[in-house]
Write a protein that binds this ligand. Structure first.
Ligand SMILES: NC(=O)c1ccc[n+]([C@@H]2O[C@H](COP(=O)([O-])OP(=O)(O)OC[C@H]3O[C@@H](n4cnc5c(N)ncnc54)[C@H](O)[C@@H]3O)[C@@H](O)[C@H]2O)c1
Length: 350
């Protein structure tokens, strides 16, 4: 499978949503993506552009063997636990996988001389952090994670930065805002189980495949009272990883960069956009606020442009929703309501 001149990149979590889209982008740029994933939430069918090593980040020997076998020029580290709500009931598990798992990876990279890392961080590192309700967030903003999940992302960033200073690793932490959409090819898309993300849940509700949507809170200090979020197309995210992997940085540099569109859309605007795309209104009800939900999380994306030459190209809300809908109608894999056998094709009348 590997051409003589094709450099390998180890992609932890490459069977998951963003990892699979980045593996495709790596392949298109001439890299061989070697996926290391325990398939705890990822899908074997999402690994199409290179080998899959089924292993757990907590198993240092398995990581070490993967690196020794494939000699990657760099690592892109997506693997981890992502559900904010679950992190509040099992914080120990989140620290074990997201933080101790990252320690394992860094140790193996140092032992085997892999000097380049791109890490999946998150806008969750910011929390509300003393901003005005509608201010965009620059990388220098206060860090005040509102969940154990956000804590683990910030702790992993600190540890990576320390490893850069101590051992000359060069790393970029990409702080994603809300990843959404799907590859236009229809080969890969979002298949979280359980799904907690707004756009697939709104589509499932409109298609009659899911529960009516709950909009959490309508009394925020925002134009329509609903939370504002920055949705970034997953193919734009994948392109940001290629930029972070190849940008010229000195040995030992650590950079943390927002990856967002710089535009905020309210939950109700997303609900309307999904209704327009599906052709029926999204059945929804207004519920109470969720603990720790900031009114607005919108990136100031200037640093990504300056450092990486990256800006979102496909993150207009209607393009994101159209690509997500194409995937949700014909998912190539996935569990639960996405299993083609379980689907009801007719939209629920509302
Ligand atoms: N989806 C978003 O909007 C978003 C936003 C900010 C940050 N992130 C971060 O991006 C990364 C990828 O997110 P995603 O949405 O693609 O999630 P995902 O759940 O689809 O992918 C995560 C992958 O990691 C694997 N994994 C989990 N634990 C593992 C372990 N112990 N060992 C090996 N593999 C393991 C899973 O099987 C899965 O394939 C995560 O680190 C997440 O925290 C995601």
């Amino acid at each position: 499978m590997k051409a003589a001149s094709q450099p390998s990149v180890l992609v932890t979590g490459g069977a998951g949503y963003i990892g699979a889209h980045t593996a495709k982008a790596l392949h298109e740029r001439g890299f061989l993506p070697v996926v290391f994933d325990d398939l705890s939430s990822g899908s074997r069918e999402a690994v199409r552009w290179g080998p899959l090593i089924q292993g757990d980040l907590r198993d240092r020997a398995a990581l070490s063997e993967a690196v020794a076998t494939h000699q990657p020029v760099a690592v892109i580290h997506f693997a981890g636990l992502i559900e904010v709500g679950r992190s509040t009931v099992s914080p120990d598990l989140f620290w074990e996988v997201n933080v101790a798992g990252t320690v394992n990876l860094l140790t193996v990279m140092r032992e085997q001389g892999v000097e380049r890392l791109v890490f999946s961080s998150s806008a969750a590192v910011y929390g509300q952090g003393g901003r005005g309700p509608l201010e965009t967030i620059a990388e220098t903003a206060d860090k005040a994670p509102a969940s154990p999940y956000g804590d683990t992302k910030l702790a992993a960033e600190w540890m990576i930065a320390a490893q850069c200073r101590a051992h000359g690793l060069t790393a970029v932490a990409l702080r994603y805002f809300n990843a959404a959409g799907a590859d236009p090819s229809g080969l890969i898309g979002e298949a979280h189980e359980p799904e907690t993300h707004l756009i697939p849940l709104a589509i499932a509700a409109a298609l009659g495949d899911g529960k009516p949507l709950t909009v959490f809170g309508h009394d925020f200090d925002t134009p329509d009272g609903a939370c504002l979020r920055d949705y970034v197309h997953v193919t734009d995210l994948a392109a940001a990883h290629l930029a972070a992997l190849t940008v010229d940085l000195p040995a030992g540099a650590f950079e943390a960069v927002n990856v967002g569109s710089g535009r905020g859309h309210s939950v109700l605007q997303v609900v309307e956009a999904v209704g327009r795309a599906v052709g029926v209104p999204v059945p929804h009800a207004i519920g109470p606020r969720r603990a720790g939900d900031p009114p607005s999380l919108v990136a100031d994306p200037r640093r990504a442009r300056e450092l990486l030459g990256w800006a979102a190209q496909h993150s207009a809300l209607d393009e994101i929703v159209a690509d997500a809908l194409r995937w949700e109608r014909e998912p190539a894999y996935g569990a639960g309501h996405r299993d083609p056998a379980n689907r009801r094709r007719s939209p629920t009348p509302v």
